[in-house]
Write a protein that binds this ligand. Structure first.
Ligand code: SAH
Length: 360
């Protein structure tokens, strides 16, 4: 031991919103301040968009100092902030251990939807996805998930608010429920962002046990299941983890989710030209879903430089939709947002991570 003092930088302190409302109230009391100070602090974080403890001017200076010495607010570093021509904005954030994550703000007339990440990388290995190409590094903490939300919220002008959250960024959300659920609870909570569970969609590769665990929470989250193929033979090729799970087990878990929550399940289906986009694939998918209250969201393949898959043409995509609709299955084609900034999650991180190995 050298006896040198350990330098604690701001980025090593826990984020104050890692604690829930009760936790913050208890912390205030432990510092001999009344509980209501916690509500005040949370209003600054979630409603008044404070970027620093010093801005919380109606909180006593002594309490602000205590907070600043124990906690951080936005310790991640913005490595990149991109704005697309359709005003989609993307943040590439560097975490305290140097890992990179992405999150996106999308604008539509009356909606401000954000897309957030739950892991650094992904272990699922879907063959068309940029996020899994380098494997899984680690789970995000609750604070790291919330920092994405709060930072994107601060990109909005006064008077505009986040209306929807999609947990469709980097990672498999159901493989990190431990961090995700407290983060979503905070967004739900009175005094949080006031986002009802029905405005939150969790997208999963399809982990049956975890789908049931989510259902048991008694919340009205929307569930989106990434099916991408109507049978095991094809799905095993596109989504390698399917090998141990199987389409039937996923559909049964999704049925249970619907039975418990009453929320119609969305099935996502990435359209890969010449791979899973034939009319007979659409027919097989329709037959699988026909007895269910389901909705299909078709996602034309978003180009990833390192991968060869491409999206089908528009007429071919329309044909797929028509087949599904002829069976009475409602289907929509996902609009591309932020096409000029690589807004599909995982692409920016991937290009950054691969950069050192690129030989010019
Ligand atoms: N792990 C979660 C979240 C993944 S991202 C899941 O599997 O659902 C959200 C959706 O985008 C998933 O359906 C995913 O399969 C899809 N996706 C991934 N890469 C894509 C790409 N290059 N083009 C289009 N969709 C893609």
């Amino acid at each position: 031991m050298t006896g040198l003092p350990v330098l604690i930088t701001a980025s090593n302190k826990p984020r104050i919103y890692e604690m829930d409302a009760a936790g913050l109230a208890a912390w205030c009391e432990s510092k001999d301040f009344p509980e209501y100070r916690a509500e005040q602090i949370r209003r600054w974080i979630f409603g008044r968009r404070a970027n620093d403890f010093s801005e919380m001017h109606d909180v006593p200076a002594a309490l602000r100092n205590e907070m600043a010495s124990e906690f951080s607010l936005f310790p991640a570093r913005v490595e990149k902030h991109q704005i697309a021509s359709d005003r989609t904005e993307k943040l590439l954030l560097e975490l305290s251990d140097g890992q990179l994550i992405e999150c996106v703000l999308m604008r539509e007339t009356d909606r401000r939807t954000i897309c957030i990440s739950t892991q650094v990388g992904c272990a699922m290995g879907c063959v068309f996805c940029a996020s899994g190409l380098l494997g899984l590094k680690r789970n995000l903490t609750t604070g790291e998930i919330l920092e994405q939300v709060l930072r994107l919220d601060r990109l909005l002008p006064k008077g505009e608010q986040i209306t929807n959250v999609v947990v469709m960024g980097i990672g498999e959300p159901l493989a990190n429920l431990k961090s995700l659920i407290p983060a979503l609870d905070t967004l739900n909570e009175k005094g949080g962002l006031g986002l009802g569970a029905r405005r939150i969609t969790i997208s999963t590769v399809g982990l049956p046990d975890k789908i049931r665990e989510l259902a048991k929470l008694g919340k009205q989250y929307n569930l989106a299941v990434s099916l991408h193929a109507p049978n095991n033979e094809l799905r095993n090729r596109l989504v390698p983890v399917n090998d141990k799970i199987g389409v039937d087990a996923i559909l049964e878990a999704a049925d249970d989710y619907f039975a418990v929550t009453g929320r119609r399940v969305t099935y996502e289906y990435v359209l890969l030209s010449g791979v899973n986009d034939e009319p007979y694939h659409a027919r097989e998918l329709a037959k699988r879903l026909q007895s269910r209250i389901a909705h299909v969201n078709l996602i034309p393949m978003n180009g990833v430089t390192e991968l060869e898959f491409v999206a089908p043409t528009a007429p071919r995509t329309d044909e797929f939709v028509q087949v599904l609709e002829s069976f009475g299955i409602p289907a929509t084609v996902r609009k591309r947002k932020g096409a000029d900034i690589d807004a599909a999650c995982g692409q920016l991180r991937l290009s950054r991570e691969l950069k050192p190995t690129v030989v010019e």
